[in-house]
Design a protein around this ligand. Structure first.
Ligand code: R5P
Length: 311
């Protein structure tokens, strides 16, 4: 006899945090789970005051991406997790599509704080039972958690967007660095095309980006290039990659990423570097958040909840 599916509306609440109100709402709709909006007040000194309505559910799932203001969004997440635990939920899960502090996963320079490890400790010690994130910068950083963690890939959705909306001409996928090679290979595989991996380095003190001069392994003349990165932050990596690639006379260049932080004048500089279009997911809301993560995250949540109840 087939096991009955868990009654998501009865037993699951989605808490849509202030940084991910739309995404959280969409996830609740996909799951047909109860949506719990959050009351937020920011005091003049910058402190957050958060109110979460008490719900009696087995699962309280907090959706809160920790993009800038990073520390504020992170602390708000911890506050909501803590409140749900105090409200008596047995399973408090955190969905942080953009996971802050995942870059500092080791002591690169003497004396640096390994902030990834600290954040893992905070998220875990406050009572989180499971963490779900998307294309985390360093998957290795999840090893600092002892709770269950899931890192979902948005590459499939980005590929779908590229194929349906961009309809690129003889595309080649480009990873700006070695770290992104696996992700780029996956995108190239889905699009049925080849890829190029550039060699990037960054000065650890000044953060300046350098792309190594080398011959490309493919002829890109007249072809559309799809630059893929996990995140675009200052835009420096994309700008430098474009500067290098332009010399080889490609057709259009597109920049795809999961997390578009686009800090400062990144957007303007990327456009000036000749990027036709920037495309990202809605892990961070904004005009480039063209790829919706709601269904992907919902499916993952539903599977995990069902697996937990019918192991
Ligand atoms: C670095 O290894 C990452 O994958 C991204 O390439 C990087 O974080 C992007 O940062 P930015 O836009 O500041 O160059």
């Amino acid at each position: 006899m087939e096991e009955a599916e868990y009654d998501l509306y009865k037993d699951v609440a989605i808490i849509a945090g202030p940084s991910s109100l739309d995404l959280g709402t969409a996830i609740a709709n996909h799951l047909d789970a109860e949506l719990v909006p959050v009351d937020l007040r920011i005091f003049p000194d910058g402190e957050s005051k958060i109110k979460v309505r008490k719900v009696e559910k087995d699962y309280c799932i907090i959706v809160q991406s920790t993009y800038p203001p990073t520390d504020r969004h992170l602390l708000q997440a911890l506050m909501m997790i803590n409140r749900c635990l105090e409200n008596g939920s047995a399973n408090v899960w955190a969905v942080m599509p953009y996971m802050a502090y995942s870059r500092q996963d080791r002591e690169f320079l003497d004396g640096e704080v390994v902030s990834t490890a600290l954040v893992a400790k905070l998220v875990e010690n406050v009572g989180t039972k499971r963490l779900i994130t998307v294309d985390i910068h360093s998957p290795a950083s999840l090893s600092y958690f002892t709770i269950d963690t899931q890192n979902i890939s948005a590459v499939g959705l980005l590929a779908e967007y590229a194929a349906d909306k961009i309809k690129p001409n003889a595309p080649i996928v480009v990873s700006p660095d070695l770290g992104g090679a696996k992700r780029a290979a996956e995108l190239a595989r889905i699009l049925g095309t080849d890829m190029i991996v550039l060699t990037k380095s960054r000065d650890k003190d000044t953060a300046q980006v350098f792309i190594e001069e080398k011959e490309l392994n493919s002829n890109v003349v007249g072809r559309d290039l799809i630059l893929l990165d996990d995140m675009i932050s200052t835009g420096e990596s994309i700008v430098e990659a474009c500067r290098f690639l332009r010399r080889y006379k490609p057709n259009k260049i597109y920049a795809l990423c999961t997390h578009a932080l686009l800090l400062g004048d990144a957007m303007t500089r990327i456009k000036a570097a000749g990027v036709e279009e920037i495309i990202s997911t809605n892990s961070i809301p904004g005009i480039y958040a063209k790829v919706d993560l709601a269904q992907l995250i919902s499916a993952q949540l539903e599977n995990s909840i069902n697996a937990k109840n019918h192991p």
